[in-house]
Ligand binder design. Structure first.
Ligand SMILES: C[S@@+](CC[C@H](N)C(=O)[O-])C[C@H]1O[C@@H](n2cnc3c(N)ncnc32)[C@H](O)[C@@H]1O
Length: 304
């Protein structure tokens, strides 16, 4: 059967989660791609908490994970609430956490969700369709300075031009659709290489709509508190800004606390299993071009 979403870095994820797992929390279950393989490889799992903020993704995951239904507790919501979800499932400790960040290929393919500048749709980009703020809200109501900051943080080299072109276009009416916005950006931003001029602006909008960067730190801190001794947290990110956040949190957690003389006052409770991010193999990048920007990092809790 063709999987609705090809799980990225699957071999590597399974490798780092080798060992006994009883309780697992997946923050981004998506179509259930990683989940079905983890559940298959770990028959000892008795509780799999499957979370996603997208109700449509959960519907698909329900089907993919049907054989494991009895072990799964479903949570529709943001993984930043993982402490509340674990409490509801009566999980005091968790042996493994997986976060496969960002947008899924399923979401990109659903024209009406407005994630893609190549497909005509209302500007939306909400993963959680119950939330109020959409890309339409940001594009039509944020100030010039807010848009400049957003696109600058999103590493768009022509951030000022991009922001200004939106403000100028708003003078003649609202910007309602993906292709309308793509055309405005095409006129304002020079094309560099093969990448479409709207790519980074669309990505920055999506990350802001779904508060993607804000929730990573919150969730990882909560996951570290709930992790069992020898438990592991794995994060796959697709954007350098996400990866930087994960890298810094994991590095800080694995360093001992020192006093002003440089003497260790508290040993580190965690260890980085991946000092450098794990990247997809050449074969995987060829077979699944979406995997190209993936970076995988794993933190383990020490066993004392
Ligand atoms: C890359 S896909 C995950 C694919 C999944 N690992 C699989 O193999 O099928 C990312 C998923 O995470 C969800 N997501 C992203 N940020 C989230 C958040 N903060 N809380 C909950 N779900 C989130 C998206 O809705 C999307 O379905």
């Amino acid at each position: 059967m063709k999987e609705p979403h090809t799980p990225v870095l699957l071999k590597e994820v399974l490798h780092y989660f080798e060992g006994t797992l009883k309780t697992f929390f997946e923050g981004t279950v998506g179509a259930g791609g990683h989940a079905s393989h983890i559940l298959h490889q770990h028959p000892e799992i008795d509780l799999y908490m499957a979370c996603d903020q997208d109700p449509h993704a959960l519907e698909i995951a329900h089907k993919t994970l049907q054989p494991y239904e009895k072990k799964i507790r479903w949570f529709q919501g943001n993984f930043a609430n993982l402490d509340r979800f674990a409490k509801e499932a009566h999980a005091e400790k968790v042996d493994g956490f997986l976060f496969d960040l960002g947008v899924s290929s399923m979401q990109l393919d659903q024209q009406e969700r407005g994630f893609s500048f190549q497909k005509e749709a209302k500007l939306d980009m909400r993963m959680d369709v119950q939330q109020e703020t959409s890309a339409h809200t940001i594009v039509n109501s944020w100030s010039l300075d807010q848009l400049i900051d957003l696109f600058k943080n999103g590493e768009e080299p022509f951030y000022r031009k991009a922001a200004k072109s939106i403000i100028d276009a708003r003078r003649t009416g609202s910007i309602d659709t993906t292709t309308q916005l793509a055309k405005i950006l095409e006129r304002a931003i020079p094309k560099i290489g093969k990448i479409h001029p709207a790519t980074l602006v669309f990505q920055a909008l999506r990350m802001a709509v779904n508060r993607e960067l804000e929730v990573i730190e919150l969730a990882l801190k909560k996951a570290m508190d709930l992790l069992s001794p020898t438990g592991k947290i794995g994060v796959i990110s697709f954007h350098s800004l996400e990866d930087r956040i994960v890298k810094n949190i994991f590095r800080n957690a694995s360093e001992p606390e020192k006093d002003f003389k440089g003497q260790t006052v508290k040993k580190a409770l965690f260890e980085r299993l991946t000092k450098k991010a794990v990247l997809p193999s050449k074969e995987e990048m060829r077979a699944n071009p979406r995997s190209r920007s993936a970076r995988f990092r794993v933190l383990a809790k020490l066993g004392f």
